[in-house]
Ligand binder design. Structure first.
Ligand code: SAJ
Length: 415
């Protein structure tokens, strides 16, 4: 395997930064991972994981064990800087760039001429230009224009596109877009990605790369909204939505996605708003899709309320809290929100089940009418089974275990 004598500083050791840092380290780069969280830095220094992602534990242990990956709270001089910090939304769905700004200002102090700075965080259009502005402000010594002259830097945006649950495969095999502030930046960035990915690396302008990432996630959101809207229509018309979609998808040019309890995660439920925020009157469809998906949890709660009315002291088992199948990620999870809301509104005694999490999540703590239990206990005690996540573990539930229970299956697990 080729080895690279370059140093990389990865800002943010989360769901993207940590896998990227570990992969680079095992490819021979000397990598410093930087994070503000004590828990995260401590875990990485010990060669362990602070979240679940298939096979990542082995990669992190090997990267740290070999001495190629270290973790710290502060950046240090390097050849390449990667920014992989969160970009949530703030008030009014405006993108919150404060983490990107803090990371940029921290690394700016360590920049040297010829360095490559890559923004991987999903960002609104114009973010890479903003980064250039912050660096220029911090480092006037680099010249009036930081991507020109003898002291020049290379600045690019390369949006991450990996699917949680398949991060390690997709980091390597996915095609990548590298959008530079100028064509040299794009080229230098692309050459870097070609050293550790097998997909095709495409170069473009930074703004195009930024919008491409947002457009990809908005595309998925709009398509999921279509499936969710169909599920409401089917319910009204007495049609099984799962059968309907399976049959419609037999058409050679139709590929409808699956309805669910709503859209979660830190990406699809967030990124479309960045488009809406920057071009509100032109993004009506994208906005409506967001509203349709955000409205789905309410509809599910209403279904549970209707079912609960049939029992004297109803017990509802909420199967799954993660935002999607076979992961432990609870961020922006509609399953978690629905479970909390059922307890808050005292709709029933709530049995929360999440095989990927060992302790009751903070958001569910403190409800007297909620218990965090295992799947078998939930199946034994529940009057109403609310399937919120299609975890593999739940697929083993036998039909006899559903007898005499009301089944509300938002994922079509028992279609
Ligand atoms: N969902 C449905 N029905 C479906 C598919 C998904 O309800 O048919 C729900 C899921 O349950 C989940 C949400 O949508 O709550 C999002 O899940 P996902 O699997 O569609 O996507 P993420 O958020 O895990 O990852 C997405 C991916 N983007 C696209 O597929 C366009 C991934 O490639 C990106 O890297 C990631 O966002 C990101 O980080 O932006």
């Amino acid at each position: 395997m080729a080895r690279f004598d370059k140093t990389v500083c990865v800002m943010g050791l989360g769901y993207i930064g940590l896998p990227t840092a570990s992969l680079l380290a095992t490819r021979g780069y000397s990598v410093l991972g930087v994070d503000v969280s004590e828990k995260v830095v401590g875990a990485v220094q010990a060669g362990t994981l602070h979240f679940h992602e298939p096979d990542l534990d082995i990669l992190v242990a090997s990267a740290v064990g070999s001495g190629q990956l270290t973790a710290s709270y502060e950046p240090a001089p390097a050849d390449i800087f990667i920014i992989a910090v969160p970009t949530p939304f703030a008030e009014g769905h405006a993108p919150d760039m404060s983490y990107v700004e803090a990371a940029t200002r921290a690394l700016a102090l360590h920049l040297r001429p010829g360095n490559l700075v890559i923004l991987e965080s999903t960002s609104p259009v114009g973010a890479t230009e903003q980064i250039a502005g912050w660096i220029a402000e911090m480092r006037p010594d680099l010249g009036p224009e930081i991507t020109k002259g003898p002291n020049r830097l290379y600045l690019a945006h390369s949006p991450e596109r990996v699917l949680p649950g398949k991060v390690l495969q997709e980091l390597v095999i996915n095609d990548r877009i590298v959008g530079g502030l100028d064509s040299e930046s794009a080229q230098v960035g692309a050459d870097f990605y070609r050293t550790f990915t097998t997909g095709t690396v495409f170069t473009t302008k930074a703004r195009t790369a930024e919008l491409s990432k947002l457009a990809e996630n908005a595309f998925r959101d709009v398509n999921i909204a279509y499936a969710n809207e169909l599920s409401l229509i089917c319910d009204r018309l007495g049609v099984n939505v799962w059968e309907l979609i399976a049959l419609a998808n037999r058409h050679p040019r139709v590929n409808i996605l699956q309805p669910g309890p709503g859209v979660g995660g830190h990406c699809i439920a967030v990124d479309p708003w960045f488009i809406v925020h920057s071009a509100p009157s032109e993004s009506r469809l994208i906005q409506t899709a967001r509203e349709v998906n955000d409205g789905k949890p309410r509809w599910v709660i209403d279904q549970v309320k209707t079912a609960a009315d049939r029992f004297k002291d109803p017990v509802v088992a909420c199967l799954g809290l993660a935002f999607k199948a076979n992961i432990d990620d609870l961020r922006e999870s509609p399953a978690l929100a629905i479970t909390a809301e059922l307890a808050r509104q005292n709709v029933a005694t709530v049995l929360a089940v999440e095989p990927f999490v060992s302790e009751c999540p903070e958001k569910l703590a403190g409800f007297a009418n909620l218990e965090f239990v295992g799947v078998d206990e939930a199946l034994r005690r529940a009057d109403i089974l609310l399937v919120l996540v299609d975890h593999e573990r739940f697929k083993g539930i036998e039909h006899e275990q559903l007898a005499r229970k009301v089944l509300i299956d938002t994922r079509g697990l028992f279609r």
